[in-house]
Design a protein around this ligand. Structure first.
Ligand code: HEC
Length: 123
């Protein structure tokens, strides 16, 4: 196909647009430091279901721990900020904590964290 000179601006405009939307997507995807569902009642319910389905074998139904540690106290081996806990769940930790980024979406991990925060405040 021959590309005439007058086709150029349109092609540049389109790829420019693509670049802009791409960088927005990356910016959103990269913000794994703040929980977008903090305190959200529906997210907490969904998080509880996800926790029950995936995490209770090792952390117990009430998250106080079996093979994995207690997640309801304020002791965090790998840090207790939203960013730390997200990283732990998403990527896993060397002492036997599997990474979940292949099985859970970022949004689902945040919902689990919302749920875990409600357990922590009960103490
Ligand atoms: C196969 C067992 C297993 C499963 C399933 C599991 N964990 Fe873990 N988890 C562990 C172990 C073991 C550790 C401790 C790792 C370490 O100390 O290096 C851990 C550590 C953690 C920590 C870090 C605690 C701290 O003190 O920093 C968090 C948070 C956590 N798990 C959350 C979860 C969530 C949420 C799920 C479900 C999506 C889950 N885990 C599923 C075994 C498991």
């Amino acid at each position: 196909m021959k590309t005439g000179i007058k086709d150029l601006p349109r092609c540049c405009f389109l790829s420019g647009l693509l670049l802009i939307s791409l960088s927005f997507t990356i910016a959103i995807a990269a913000d794994n430091t703040k929980n977008p569902f903090a305190g959200n009642a529906e997210a907490i319910k969904a998080g509880e279901k996800l926790f029950d389905a995936n995490c209770t074998d090792c952390h117990a139904g009430d998250a106080t721990g079996i093979a994995g540690p207690n997640l309801t106290d304020d002791q965090w081996t790998y840090g207790g900020t939203d960013a730390d806990v997200f990283q732990t769940i998403s990527k896993g930790r060397k002492g036997g904590m599997p990474g979940w980024s292949g099985n859970l979406k970022d949004d689902e991990i945040w919902r689990i964290i919302s749920y875990l925060r409600t357990l922590a405040t009960k103490k």
